[in-house]
Design a protein around this ligand. Structure first.
Ligand SMILES: Cc1cc2nc3c(=O)[nH]c(=O)nc-3n(C[C@H](O)[C@H](O)[C@H](O)COP(=O)(O)OP(=O)(O)OC[C@H]3O[C@@H](n4cnc5c(N)ncnc54)[C@H](O)[C@@H]3O)c2cc1C
Length: 196
């Protein structure tokens, strides 16, 4: 379960806009058939009710927070998708990808924007070092941007792929109580045995 404040335009917190998200793994049988009933995304109240049902197992105050969502709240239901970055054809240095387009990942590890900023930074440095603004021959082949894109893409292909895969791993772990609890124990043990 995930909560954030989306907009604050009044000192009164009851007027703030919050976003609440629930994610869960689909129940998949050995046959790889999805067995879980997905709420009908066209019926808002079904989605809200489904969220309230899931949250009924939470401790307070989380339980009450979820139960307080109005039945006609703005809601949507979606499946999380990702794919590990694969090298792409930059058409002789004329086109490239950055941000989620280059490395769409699940959000539980909170790395999508961080990587998008790294993309911008890497691309900027590559352009500074390998592109000359005086090189204006738009018809040149490869294009004047080709070397800069080669340097940028070498970084983003590897970093993006790693980020997508570790985000997926983190998402799977987060939805598995046993693995999550083991990780917490491991972290606790590490912090208590760390030399001071
Ligand atoms: C719930 C959640 C929590 C997150 N938490 C974190 C976090 O803690 N840390 C972190 O680093 N990342 C986080 N992320 C990921 C982060 O939000 C994204 O990785 C980041 O926004 C990607 O930026 P982007 O510019 O590539 O894409 P986007 O932010 O998606 O921007 C793409 C833009 O293009 C527009 N667009 C789409 N199609 C068209 C079109 N045809 N014409 C014109 N415009 C178009 C869209 O409207 C959008 O404004 C989170 C994501 C989610 C969903």
């Amino acid at each position: 379960m995930w909560t954030c404040v989306q907009d604050v335009f009044d000192p009164d917190p009851s007027k703030w806009v919050f976003v609440l998200i629930q994610t869960w793994p689909e129940a998949i049988e050995d046959t790889k058939t999805v067995t879980e009933t997905i709420p009908n995304p066209t019926t808002k109240s079904t989605i809200v009710q489904d969220m309230k049902n899931r949250a009924s197992a939470c401790a307070e105050p989380f339980k009450s927070i979820w139960q307080a969502i109005p039945d006609d709240a703005l809601v949507s239901h979606n499946r999380l998708t990702d794919w590990p970055t694969e090298p792409w054809d930059n058409r002789n240095g004329t086109v490239t990808l950055a941000g989620d387009a280059a490395h769409p990942m699940t959000f539980h590890r909170g790395q999508g924007l961080n990587n998008a900023i790294s993309d911008a930074c890497t691309l900027l440095h590559a352009l500074e070092n390998h592109y000359s603004p005086s090189d204006t021959d738009a018809d040149a082949s490869p294009s004047p941007f080709a070397k800069a894109l080669e340097v940028y893409e070498r970084d983003v292909w590897e970093r993006g792929r790693e980020a997508v895969l570790s985000s997926t791993k983190n998402t799977m772990m987060m939805h598995d109580w046993k693995t999550g609890a083991e990780c917490c124990d491991e972290g606790r043990n590490r912090s208590t045995t760390r030399p001071r």
